[in-house]
Ligand binder design. Structure first.
Ligand code: OGA
Ligand code: ZN
Length: 378
């Protein structure tokens, strides 16, 4: 059957029942097909409220689900399933929001905004006072983290522990063996070699953890007199460039597991084995890991090792390419946050004075949840 109805939020031009599918043509020309079994599982009364938890198990569905009839009514799309007397009433806007055609599915995936050195002209950022007091400013700042995997926050009080208060604006500190927060204190000519003033190459933190900390914050309490600039690079952009220029190297890094390890004798022995470039189910880059300090001896077939190093070094050069990296100097009160699965950070060597940063880890799911709630209120 075919039907026409203008609905305010998701106007429909045509509706066609194909037995095991419902075909909908929307007013903007988009065409979406909904499988009968998907509709039966998602009928509104199977859920506690519109977005609440599902009340049935898919095992309770009939073996074969077919649509006996479908029609557009002012209240929504009414579907009668074969052998089931109760009609199901679907909100057209809900169906549109969950449509399974390629364009609709692509719209629902957050697309990272890849960036290069040009982002330095306008670093994604915010001011602590505004972000802490104003939901819209907070949403903007969190939106930068989602889109760029990186944002700066200025005028953060230089009070020790404030990095945890920043995390509390959107989520929860992820405590590790380094504590709820950790101090990065460095002095020139250190007595203790742990407190060095040398530069750190671009890296992601803690690849020896599973799961890896997804967000890292670094808050500057005291800056060095000279040097000590922070560096960031978009690992997704570098991986994209590797994929375009050296697809075999990209494929190799996505395939070969790398062991990472961090040891404090008698106290900590963290290990994780994962590729430098991890792909999602659709072939997109999900996670980048790169940390020369914590990569353990490779544990792959000897014949594969030379080609791995060639690919690893090519990727490493991209991750330090001035065309892709951004350097910026943190003054006391500056903080930056990175998506540690995507954006690498490093620091240049420094001299003079005392330098003190405080860092903390957090997870992305809470940040995105907070962001969705804030955007829903706007
Ligand atoms: C770190 C780190 C950077 C810096 O502690 O993970 O990368 O600027 N520090 O000291
Ligand atoms: Zn680091």
């Amino acid at each position: 059957m075919a039907d026409t109805l203008a609905m305010t939020r998701a106007p429909i031009l045509g509706l066609e029942s194909e037995g095991t599918f419902l075909a909908v043509t929307w007013a903007d020309g988009r065409h979406s097909r909904f499988p009968a079994i998907w509709l039966a599982d998602n009928r509104p009364e199977n859920r506690k409220g519109r977005d609440g938890q599902r009340l049935i198990d898919a095992l309770e569905l009939p073996e074969a689900v077919t649509i006996a009839s479908a029609r557009a009514t002012p209240a929504g799309i009414e579907i009668v399933f074969a052998g089931d007397a109760r009609p199901a009433l679907f909100d057209a806007a809900w169906l549109r929001a969950h449509a399974l055609d390629d364009a609709s599915r692509a719209e629902r995936r957050a697309a990272p905004k890849l960036w290069d050195a040009a982002l330095a002209a306008a670093l994604p950022g915010g001011d602590y006072e505004a972000v802490a007091a104003d939901e819209r400013a907070l949403a903007r700042w969190l939106g930068h983290v989602r889109d760029f995997g990186f944002a700066v926050l200025r005028k953060v009080p230089t009070v020790p522990g404030t990095v945890c208060a920043v995390v509390a604006l959107f989520g929860y500190v992820r405590e590790t063996n380094y504590g709820r927060l950790f101090d990065v204190v460095s002095v020139p000519q250190p007595q203790n070699l742990a407190f060095t003033a040398i530069g750190l190459g671009n890296h992601t933190d803690n690849p020896y953890r599973d799961p890896v900390p997804q967000l890292q914050l670094l808050h500057c309490l005291e800056a060095a007199e000279r040097g000590g600039e922070s560096v960031v690079v978009d690992g997704f952009a570098a991986a994209q460039r590797l994929r375009e220029t050296a697809p075999e190297d990209f494929e190799r890094l996505a395939r070969m597991p790398v062991p990472f390890r961090y040891v404090e004798p008698g106290r900590v022995d963290l290990r994780h084995r994962a590729p430098l470039i991890e792909l999602d189910n659709e072939g997109g880059v999900r996670t980048v890991r790169y940390n020369n300090r914590s990569i353990a001896p490779l544990d792959i077939a000897a014949e594969e090792v030379p080609a791995f190093y060639a690919a690893y070094r090519r990727f490493g050069r991209l991750l330090h390419d001035p065309a892709l990296t951004i350097g910026f100097r943190m003054a006391p009160g500056d903080l930056f946050i990175v998506d540690n699965r995507r954006v690498l950070h490093g620091r240049r060597g420094f001299a003079g004075g005392r330098r003190h940063l405080q860092g903390a880890y957090a997870d992305m799911d809470s940040l995105l949840s907070t962001l969705r709630i804030l955007e829903g209120r706007a």
